[in-house]
Design a protein around this ligand. Structure first.
Ligand SMILES: NC(=O)c1ccc[n+]([C@@H]2O[C@H](COP(=O)([O-])OP(=O)(O)OC[C@H]3O[C@@H](n4cnc5c(N)ncnc54)[C@H](O)[C@@H]3O)[C@@H](O)[C@H]2O)c1
Length: 258
């Protein structure tokens, strides 16, 4: 049993019940973590009330809209958590985005705008969040966890611009780890196997990718969001106190396949 009871965590990136971040938040809540959650504002009241209903059982103490490109919303989140908790133990970055047309076909056709968008939302947002929450993460020592995918280092059909964004994200983890270690803040990535989520649905032929990963994984199946959640909880806890700058595969052993 990990000792996370009473720790404070901000979990970003829940879109629906299939979201990896939802699996993470459920596991965190089960460990007794006090949660703050963010959702991407859509301006659609029905979507937002569906989100509120989904997260109700998590008993989050803070729920706020956050678009990572909106610095005012970021400051509001920091102010709310600062005044409520005065510190933050865990920051989970589970955010990615790219244009649909950049997740199929020829990588060389990626537009500059599409490239910038994917890198800004999926990679730079980690830097922005860490910078914003650094002071709160320093109070008791903190752990930051982000989500990556093996397409960062291995060519995956149609993953294209997200492959280069995840490569940058993993490099960001290493550079941030080196800088933040002196403040007792660790930062790691979990490289999850493919999971059928909203974001994944944007990748052309994703079901083939899912099938291929289960066939060629050691465990002969795909990973579940709760299994990713357990790994994130480990990295969030002091049980992983000697680990930083690391990319941990949680993919049923797919990464070992030659
Ligand atoms: N699903 C997979 O196969 C898989 C595998 C490995 C890693 N990942 C990574 O896991 C993370 C979570 O993705 P997911 O698969 O759970 O899909 P998801 O669609 O459920 O989650 C992605 C989240 O990013 C949020 N987001 C997008 N743009 C944003 C912005 N500008 N500001 C704030 N939030 C924004 C969305 O609202 C959504 O909640 C991503 O980093 C993804 O690349 C996914």
């Amino acid at each position: 049993m990990l000792d996370l009871k009473g720790k404070t965590a901000l979990v970003t990136g829940i879109a629906n019940k299939r979201s990896i971040a939802f699996g993470i938040a459920k596991v965190m809540a089960a460990y007794g973590v006090r949660l703050a959650l963010t959702y991407l504002p859509t301006g659609n009241a029905a979507t937002e009330s569906k989100f509120m209903a989904l997260v109700e059982d998590l008993h989050a103490e803070v729920v706020l809209p956050l678009d990572v490109g909106d610095t005012d919303a970021m400051s509001a989140m920091v102010a709310e958590i600062g005044s409520r908790w005065g510190k933050l133990h865990v920051l989970v970055h589970s955010i990615a985005g790219a244009k649909r047309e950049d997740l199929s076909g020829r990588f060389s056709e990626t537009s500059l705008e599409g490239y910038q968008l994917a890198h800004e939302v999926s990679g730079y947002s980690l830097i922005g969040l860490v910078r914003a929450f650094r002071a709160l993460l320093t109070v008791d020592g903190g752990s930051v966890v982000t989500l990556s995918y093996i397409g960062s280092t291995r060519v995956t059909p149609n993953y294209n611009v997200m492959g280069s964004a995840k490569a940058a994200l993993e490099a960001n983890v290493r550079y941030l780890a080196m800088e933040l270690g002196a403040d007792d803040i660790r930062i790691n990535a979990v490289s999850a196997g493919p999971i059928r989520t909203l974001s994944a649905a944007g990748i052309r032929d994703f079901l083939d990718l899912l099938h291929n990963a289960s066939t060629h994984s050691a465990l002969k199946r795909n990973v579940e969001i709760e299994e990713v959640g357990q790994a994130v909880a480990f990295l969030a806890s002091r049980a992983s106190s000697g680990i930083t700058g690391h990319v941990l595969f949680v993919d049923c052993g797919y990464n070992i396949y030659g």
